[in-house]
Design a protein around this ligand. Structure first.
Ligand SMILES: CC(C)(COP(=O)(O)OP(=O)(O)OC[C@H]1O[C@@H](n2cnc3c(N)ncnc32)[C@H](O)[C@@H]1OP(=O)(O)O)[C@@H](O)C(=O)NCCC(=O)NCCS
Length: 168
């Protein structure tokens, strides 16, 4: 994600229709988002999902969790509503998994979904993640405590890139 993408990104995350019904309502200003962007964090990266024609249709990121001794990364993503259901989410997640295993010393990549988010679960499973369990009352969203499924894919399950090509 480049600085020029920030106005688009801020519009997306402030719009519950884009952020999705299974993500918490979120409000942030352009100034705050620019501040976070400038600060950066080498352990976290944010990407805009683009189609081949250059149109920008969504967002995917990875971030670190937990103890530094654990080589864990977690992924989050969303697409604009008009581009859902066309395979782009599965492709973007597959590229991200390839990219992380190819370029980082990561042992395990994880993802969490609201237990009601059947589409995201399908996408995660298609990319090869395994469901490990249920995080009970994991987060408070829109007036209720939500259970979440936790998924992971391990380096030995991934084995080799499915979409990206290894160049060195
Ligand atoms: C989650 C999201 C990124 C998925 O991307 P997408 O491009 O829409 O997903 P895809 O088209 O690649 O795949 C969707 C799959 O779910 C399936 N699906 C659709 N509706 C479904 C339902 N109600 N129950 C189960 N599966 C469903 C589709 O059939 C498809 O599987 P298939 O290719 O085997 O047929 C997108 O829907 C989104 O942005 N949702 C809102 C934000 C969000 O929930 N983010 C994830 C938070 S964990």
């Amino acid at each position: 994600m480049e600085k020029e993408d920030l106005p688009l990104f801020v519009g997306w995350i402030n719009d519950p229709k884009v952020f999705g019904e299974y993500n918490p309502l979120h409000q942030t200003s352009r100034t705050e988002t620019e501040k976070q962007y400038e600060k950066g964090n080498p352990e976290e990266q944010e990407f805009i999902i683009e189609k081949k024609d250059g149109s920008k249709i969504g967002y995917i990121c990875h971030f670190t969790l937990m103890h530094p001794a654990g080589k864990h990364l977690e992924i989050g993503y969303f697409l604009v509503p008009s581009e859902r259901g066309k395979g782009y989410g599965t492709e973007a997640l597959g590229i991200m998994v390839d990219y992380l295993f190819l370029s980082k010393e990561v042992m395990r990549i994880q993802a969490q979904t609201d237990v009601r988010n059947a589409v995201s679960q399908k996408v995660i499973e298609k990319v090869g993640f395994k469901r490990e369990g249920t995080l009970r009352k994991d987060f408070f969203m829109r007036g209720q405590w939500i259970d979440a499924y936790i998924y992971s894919i391990l380096r030995e399950e991934w084995k080799e890139p499915k979409i990206l090509t290894k160049t060195s």
